[in-house]
Design a protein around this ligand. Structure first.
Ligand code: FE2
Length: 201
């Protein structure tokens, strides 16, 4: 059986019917399916799956940092900065664990990786549920649908700029997060290129 796909960009057809928040919800379902796969995966598939989960979560996080939380800070009549900070703190906690997972190898450190992955899975599930039940409805009712459609059109471009590995020290607010995130993305792609040329994973 094939592993769940590691990342997804929108097809032209999807670009015209899916807005930014709908894309995030669909991405949540893909993340959930990767988590379920991890919980059942045989040991010899975990290295590939680990890499796919890390890349998916890091790219998803980049999209949310760039668009979702800056929009959250603009919400009227609530303590929007506090809410955005709480969500971003949860991203930071997960990214710290992903960084540890990323720096260890499944064949020698499986127990440590498994412990951290189980806590990433449980924290991310609660975080996604909170976003879908609380934050997304708030954003939908407060910000015009045109904005989400417009941001949805930029997703493919943002995904091309996004990092592929955890960088937990990246600042959390645009424009600094954008610059640092894009720089990290460029470094990640260079590292992969060098590794491929040296034939190491
Ligand atoms: Fe999030």
């Amino acid at each position: 059986m094939p592993l769940p796909m590691e990342s997804r960009s929108m097809t032209r057809q999807e670009e015209f019917r899916e807005d930014f928040l709908s894309f995030l919800i669909k991405d949540h379902r893909e993340i959930e399916s990767m988590f379920s796969w991890w919980e059942r995966a045989p040991l010899d598939q975990r290295d590939d799956l680990k890499r796919n989960i890390i890349k998916k979560l890091v790219q998803h996080s980049f999209l949310e940092r760039e668009v979702l939380y800056p929009s959250t800070r603009k919400l009227p009549r609530i303590d929007s900065h506090k809410i955005a900070k709480e969500f971003l703190d949860e991203h930071h906690d997960v990214e710290l664990k992903l960084d540890i997972i990323n720096s260890h190898c499944c064949s020698t450190d499986m127990q440590l990786i498994n412990e951290h992955m189980m806590s990433v899975i449980s924290e991310t599930r609660a975080h996604m549920r909170h976003e879908e039940e609380f934050l997304f409805p708030l954003l939908r009712s407060a910000i015009a649908s045109d904005f989400w459609i417009e941001e949805g059109r930029d997703i493919n471009m943002l995904l091309k700029l996004a990092p592929t590995r955890p960088h937990p020290l990246t600042p959390s607010r645009p424009p600094l997060s954008t610059v640092a995130g894009i720089a990290a993305g460029m470094v990640d792609k260079m590292v992969v290129g060098v590794k491929e040329r040296l034939h190491v994973v």
